[in-house]
Each structure stands twice: as structure tokens, then as C-alpha cells.
Design a protein. Structure first.
Length: 176
């Protein structure tokens, strides 16, 4: 599914983010930037040890913030590592922190003059964020950013399985 927001496109696809050829892919990291399972593990495996070495130098990233490294062996030139919130019932500021993780990632991309970026479903795996809520926050944050800033031309949401893809698709339809 693909929609236009001003002059930018937002595309939902079912797939593996490590295969993306956008300027940057976003990693759903942890605050220690130590690597882990899920999409984080997949990105470090595919990108090789150079990315982890840069993460070690950076050292830390707070929840809702983002940092950038090169893409190592990936086709994407950069990896933007952001840390989504662990879902703890929804009344611990999770929604704002999740929105912040998307916004900060896009801000870094803008600052680096990148034109395209791919996101996974941040916090929707091990961190336990309910899929539909996570999708609504992701999409509404991306759309409002693109309405305000026109520099990023292409945003792709790369969803790992059909259930996640369908959840995002339903929420995107509701937002339009
Ligand atoms: N491409 C795209 N999406 C993927 C891929 C992939 N190759 N692999 C998994 N996903 P998660 P979180 C999906 O758990 O919830 C890590 O250990 C997955 O199906 O990766 O933010 C970190 O180090 C799900 O829909 O991230 C942190 O400790 C989505 O990516 C913690 O997990 C996010 O799931 C972060 O948890």
C-alpha cells in the first residue's frame, strides 16, 4: 500500500528491512546499543561488525531518542538506531516515547540530508506494544512530520509478517 503526503510517499511492505536500499534503515535498538534479538539482531548480522563497533563508541541512547551509524555491509548507507518504549500498560508515557522515536529518527535523516528511510514496527515485538496502537502512532507521527518538512521523499514501513502488515494497513486507511 502506498500513499502520497505532499510530495513524499509512504509505502507499507511486508518484508525484511535488512534488504532495503533506502538511504537509511531504522533499527529498534535497546538503550545500551548492545544488539539483541528481533530486527536489531538481524541488522547487526547482515551489516557486519563495523556497526556494532560504532555503537560501542556512541555507547548509549535514551528511550525516544536516536543515533546514527554507517550501514556496514548493508545496501542502506546508514542505520539510525532508535529506542522505543517497553509497553507497560500504556499509562507510563509510552505513546509519546514511541512517537518521539519515530520523530527523532526522521530528524536525524533530515539533518543528514537523506531522501529515503525505512522503518520497522518499533516496540511491536519484544517490547510488547499492542500492534494497532503502535501502528497508529507510527503512521500519524510520520505523516505529520512529512506535512511539516518536505525534504524526505520516501518513507517505507517494512513489516516482517502479514499480521503486522495488515495491522498497519488498517490503521493507515483510518488515518487518511
Ligand atoms: N525486518 C523487519 N522487521 C523485523 C525483522 C526484519 N528483519 N525482524 C524482526 N522484525 P523487535 P522491539 C519485526 O522485537 O519490540 C531487541 O532485542 C518484528 O517482527 O525487533 O522494539 C532489541 O535489542 C516486530 O514486528 O523490537 C531490544 O532489546 C518488529 O520488528 C528489543 O528487541 C519489532 O520487534 C526491542 O524490541
Amino acid at each position: 500500500m502506498k500513499v502520497m503526503i505532499n510530495r513524499s510517499t509512504v509505502t507499507l511492505i511486508e518484508g525484511d528491512i535488512t534488504k532495503e536500499e533506502t538511504d537509511a534503515i531504522v533499527n529498534a535498538a535497546n538503550s545500551g546499543l548492545r544488539g539483541g534479538g528481533g530486527v536489531d539482531g538481524a541488522i547487526h548480522r547482515a551489516g557486519g561488525p563495523a556497526i556494532m563497533e560504532e555503537c560501542r563508541q556512541i555507547g548509549h541512547c535514551q528511550t525516544g531518542h536516536a543515533v546514527i551509524t554507517t550501514g556496514g555491509k548493508l545496501k542502506a548507507k546508514f542505520v539510525i538506531h532508535t529506542v522505543g518504549p517497553v509497553y507497560m500498560g500504556g499509562d507510563k508515557g509510552e505513546a509519546e516515547l514511541l512517537a518521539c522515536a519515530y520523530r527523532e529518527s526522521m530528524k536525524i535523516a533530515s539533518k543528514k540530508k537523506l531522501k529515503s528511510i525505512s522503518f520497522p514496527a518499533i516496540s511491536a515485538g519484544v517490547y510488547g506494544y499492542p500492534l494497532h496502537e503502535a501502528a497508529r502512532i507510527a503512521l500519524s507521527t510520520i505523516i505529520s512530520y512529512l506535512k511539516e518538512y518536505k525534504d524526505i521523499e520516501k518513507v517505507r514501513l517494512v513489516l516482517f509478517d502479514k499480521k503486522t502488515y495488515d495491522g498497519f494497513k488498517e490503521e493507515l486507511k483510518k488515518l487518511l
